[in-house]
Write a protein that binds this ligand. Structure first.
Ligand SMILES: Nc1ncnc2c1ncn2[C@@H]1O[C@H](COP(=O)(O)OP(=O)(O)OP(=O)(O)O)[C@@H](O)[C@H]1O
Length: 227
């Protein structure tokens, strides 16, 4: 059975009164990996905001991880976000804490209480990204690529159905970017969908996947990269 973890039908995306994207229809299946591209101001962040219920849908319908975006109540938004692993540049690690403390912080904030269960989940998430040995390191002691892996481990903590990543390779050199991409692909192959906004055409060429493009107020699915 094909399972849509993201489904938008004829959605209009507004920022204030400004129509950013019109008539967006989009399905993303369980375990799928897709890039989200488009020039600056084309609407990528706005589309992501719709998906994590930061922008309300006025026209059309949308479902993410089983939540109806039009009907969702404010009190349920945190539960939707728990099903989303968010890897954004402006969602950085706390630098005055260790990797372990950073991950504990998120678990406690999302309702975990049992210390043993937290410890084992933290180690599993770090194993997924090859960073178990960094448990006791302060995040400022890690390289940019290592920090991004920890951000991904943090996003995985609550077994999300979807990873939403905004420019996850933005500040990394090409070799480390390729490692992060390979990691995100591996995560998608294990069943967590990944939607990744990027300007990094080098990465897209190296790891070709479905491309969703924001352009001229529309979303074009299966777009071709034009250089
Ligand atoms: N809070 C806001 N209030 C009003 N307009 C906004 C707001 N945020 C974004 N916009 C407008 O919405 C449009 C789309 O912006 P958005 O941030 O989604 O683009 P983007 O494709 O993510 O760009 P970038 O690649 O630069 O991050 C732009 O015209 C922008 O000016």
């Amino acid at each position: 059975m094909i399972q849509n973890v993201i489904k938008l039908e004829s959605v209009d995306v507004y920022q204030q009164k400004h129509l950013v994207l019109s008539n967006v229809s989009l399905n993303i299946n369980k375990g799928e990996f897709a890039y989200l591209i488009g020039s600056t101001g084309s609407g990528k962040s706005s589309l992501l905001k719709v998906l994590y219920a930061d922008l309300h849908i006025e026209q059309g319908s949308g479902w993410v991880a089983g939540y109806d975006l039009k009907a969702i109540k404010d009190k349920d938004v945190p539960y939707l976000r728990r099903k989303l692993g968010i890897v954004f540049q402006d969602f950085q690690l706390l630098t005055d804490r260790t990797v372990e403390q950073n991950l504990q912080f998120v678990l406690k904030a999302t309702g975990w209480k049992d210390e043993k269960a937290m410890q084992s989940r933290i180690l599993e998430s770090l194993d997924n990204v090859g960073m178990r040995t960094k448990l006791k390191k302060y995040t400022h002691e890690l390289s940019g690529g290592e920090q991004q892996r920890i951000v991904i481990a943090r996003a995985l903590l609550n077994h999300p159905e979807i990873i939403l990543a905004d420019e996850p390779t933005g500040n990394l050199d090409p070799e480390i970017s390729a490692e992060i991409l390979a990691l995100l692909k591996k995560i998608s192959e294990s069943g967590t969908s990944v939607l990744m906004a990027t300007h990094d055409y080098h990465i897209i060429n190296k790891f070709p996947q479905r491309i969703i493009k924001c352009q001229d107020g529309k979303v074009i699915d299966n777009a071709v990269l034009s250089l």
